[in-house]
Ligand binder design. Structure first.
Ligand code: 5GP
Ligand code: MN
Length: 338
């Protein structure tokens, strides 16, 4: 954030505001961690803040301090709408354009509030009065730490806030291994542990809560994996029938896409997941090195994200989507193999 933006935020928070904080649709650890951390911070400084999530989020995040106060727009619609109607200030976290909030988008478009964006995705749109966007950041949680630091308030980071921020940094960096993990990230994490973040417990709560059916679904996914050595690519498909058979719950497929990248020589990994309810195939893209999956998702699958992790969707069938995807690879052959 530049000095002008810091001053603008300080001025906004110098008076009482009705604040709403919004994560993206299908919120992940970084989205929930950053919104909860900001929510604790703002409420602790005497502001009145509410989190409105576009929809539900995975069970493995449902231990996070304060999460019981999150209003899910899908089933707490009236309360959520009231909070948005009354809002004077809206923070949008971990996404770069309002379309990422699904059915909340029209409500946000017509909201009569000042917007502040905190986000690390590429190509931010400019709906906010203050846009704190930095694509070099590991996570929105790292940015929320910086945000509190810009406000000279790191002494107000409680153990609860530290636990929320640690969670989002850990999940968005693949446990501190992605390229976006910098020495600054580690400094922030170090400070969070000093402030009481329980790193071992958080790791257990996020990664060691498998259900037998999730592991069986992973087995199906790995079995379905198609390896295309000539394109340094591996992709997985999961049909709605397969998800149903293993009693799929939100979050169960988290991380499956990464297995492709563990193969020697594979630089591009993809998972296609059928979602009958929405009538789409939801896609996750991951890469190692210089192949930009953000660009690939933007160009071909109405999506986006980061250079090495992005997402998108398709509205043709699962088989057709996979066939279309494979046909696209030829034009990227050189890039994928260098
Ligand atoms: P995931 O594959 O874990 O759902 O998402 C990976 C990254 O891509 C995340 O940073 C996420 O915000 C972004 N992303 C996922 N799906 C979409 C999408 O449909 N559109 C855009 N613009 N970004 C997405
Ligand atoms: Mn993020």
């Amino acid at each position: 954030m530049n000095l002008e933006d810091i001053k603008a935020v300080k001025d906004l928070l110098a008076v009482p505001q009705q604040i709403v904080i919004i994560p993206h649709k299908n919120p992940d650890g970084d989205a929930i961690g950053s919104t909860l951390a900001l929510w604790h911070y703002l409420n602790n400084t005497g502001q009145s803040a509410t989190i409105v999530s576009p929809n539900d989020y995975p069970k493995f995040l449902k231990w996070m301090p304060g999460c019981e106060h999150i209003l899910n727009f899908e089933n707490k619609n009236q309360q959520a709408r009231k909070a948005l109607d009354d809002a004077t200030l809206i923070f949008t976290l971990d996404f770069n354009h309002l379309g990422r909030t699904g059915q909340l988008e029209p409500v946000l478009q017509s909201a009569n509030a000042t917007f502040v964006m905190i986000d690390h995705h590429q190509a931010p749109s400019d709906y906010a009065t203050v846009t704190y966007s930095d694509v070099t950041m590991s996570s929105t949680c790292e940015m929320v730490y910086n945000f509190i630091d810009y406000l000279e308030d790191t002494d107000k980071i409680t153990q609860e806030i530290a636990n929320c921020l640690y969670t989002g940094i850990m999940t968005d960096t693949g446990s501190f291994k992605f390229r976006s993990t910098t020495s600054k990230t580690h400094k922030v994490v170090s400070s969070l542990i000093e402030k009481g973040a329980d790193n071992t417990a958080i790791h257990n709560k996020i990664y060691d809560t498998n259900s037998p059916s999730r592991l069986h679904l992973l087995g199906v996914a790995l079995n379905n994996m198609v390896i295309l050595q000539e394109y340094s690519t591996a992709y997985i498909t999961l049909s709605q029938a397969e998800l149903d058979k293993y009693k799929y719950q939100k979050g169960d497929t988290e991380g499956f896409v990464n297995y492709g990248l563990t193969l020697e020589g594979i630089r591009f990994a993809v998972i296609f997941i059928e979602n009958s309810e929405e009538g789409i195939i939801k896609i996750s893209f991951r890469s190692e090195g210089d192949f930009s999956v953000n660009q690939f998702a933007r160009n071909h699958f109405s999506g986006g994200g980061h250079d090495n992790a992005s997402g998108g969707k398709s509205d043709i069938s699962l088989e057709e989507t996979a066939t279309h995807f494979v046909a696209l690879l030829e034009q990227y052959k050189e890039k994928l193999n260098t």
